[in-house]
Ligand binder design. Structure first.
Ligand SMILES: *Cc1c(COP(=O)(O)O)cnc(C)c1O
Length: 369
């Protein structure tokens, strides 16, 4: 069994992908060009925003937006303690100071109730992450931002097309960032990313900044962060299948939810009644996480821990001198979470195999104790 099977996805649309790649090669449209422009238009339309600026990866997208928002040295940005490091390292990279906030128990996303206590006169913005594919609780976050005149960047790297109270993620903040890393819900065959926004000023600055400050007339010094034509052409093909793939992920999650109910101490993902979850990852919780993970690995079922520690407890943030007591929810979750295989091509049989193997683990433990 695979944790994610990207080859199966390729085979399911092979002729279209092969044709798209051949077209880019025939036209030598390798960097920027018509396929990149086309994907930006397609993706903006899909999300329902005015602008999409593509770039080299989802990490750059976060950095570029913060440059567009004019982050200054010493400015503070509040983000979640539970994410991939791209979310926080870009704050530092853009000259800011990372202020970590604990998560809401059960949902793994930033806890809006704890944000206000982190705000100081230097705070400029908030970066909620829609982790694992479930929207962060945006209404209170947007309300806090409005009251304190802060910007909001949604990190949508794991949540393409997830819906919060009728709104698609990526449409609620000042800007939003996406990753098209191969394993993401919409994945290229290499690195790729984009930012989306309804703010013309952010789009204009970002497009210049990401491309050396403008072609021909350099109005500023920028960086080189471009989407290449092959990835754009591949992404335009895959975009047509995104809704179908999202539905397939959700239907696998429904089966996991049903079959894992009442099994040992397994806690299945909680989904808000007013939101949808697009299951980039299907993450369970158990006090026996490490033993269960070994048990599954010994039976050829791959799992991943996303992520083994709260961000502020990695060596990279030693200088902040945080302890687990500063982020009790994120710290407890980090010790208990386990991501099970989920992807659109995963068969219901395979889901059954994973669940049966988990049940056997708990049966074995009962027999031993
Ligand atoms: C994948 C990811 C990113 C970064 O995307 P890359 O394309 O890998 O640079 C940012 N934030 C989160 C939450 C992610 O999962």
């Amino acid at each position: 069994m695979h944790f994610v099977d990207l080859y199966a996805q390729y085979l399911s649309i092979k002729s279209e992908i092969d044709r798209a790649i051949a077209n880019v090669i025939a036209e030598s449209a390798f960097v920027r060009g018509p396929y990149v422009d086309g994907f930006e238009v397609d993706f903006a339309k899909k999300i329902g925003v005015q602008h999409c600026v593509s770039c080299a990866n989802g990490t750059d997208a976060i950095y570029i937006v913060m440059k567009a928002l004019g982050l200054q040295p010493g400015d503070e940005v509040i983000t979640t303690a539970h994410s991939w490091i791209a979310t926080s390292e870009t704050i530092t990279q853009a000259g800011g100071k990372v202020i970590f906030c604990d998560t809401e128990s059960d949902y793994y996303n930033i806890d809006p109730a704890q944000i206000e206590a982190k705000i100081t006169p230097r705070t400029r913005g908030i970066i909620p992450v829609h982790l694992y594919g479930q929207p962060a609780d945006m209404d209170p976050i947007l309300d806090i931002a409005r009251r304190h005149k802060l910007w909001v960047i949604e990190d949508c790297a794991q949540a393409h097309m997830a819906v919060y109270k009728g709104r698609i993620v990526g449409t609620m903040g000042d800007a939003a960032t996406f990753s098209f890393y191969p394993g993401k819900n919409l994945g290229s065959m290499g690195d790729a990313g984009a930012l989306v926004t309804n703010r013309g000023d952010i789009a204009e600055f970002s497009a210049l900044f990401a491309r050396h400050g403008g072609k021909g007339n350099h109005v500023m010094e920028g960086i080189n962060s471009r989407l290449d034509g092959l990835q754009a052409a591949i992404l335009s093909v895959k975009l047509k299948y995104l809704d179908q793939w999202t539905a397939a992920r959700q239907s696998r999650a429904v089966v996991y939810d049903r079959l894992l109910k009442g099994v040992g101490d397994v806690v299945t993902p909680a989904v808000r009644h007013d939101s949808s979850h697009v299951y980039h990852l299907y993450v369970i919780r158990t006090a026996h996480r490490d033993a269960l993970r070994d048990w599954l690995a010994a039976r050829s079922i791959p799992t991943v821990i996303n992520y083994p520690r709260p961000l502020p407890l990695y060596q990279a943030y030693d200088h902040l001198r945080h302890t687990a007591a500063d982020f009790p929810v994120a710290a407890k979750d980090a010790d208990q979470i386990l991501s099970l295989p989920i992807y659109p091509e995963l068969s219901e049989n395979e889901v059954n195999t994973v669940v049966d193997t988990i049940k056997a683990f708990y049966a074995d433990r009962t027999a031993l104790s």
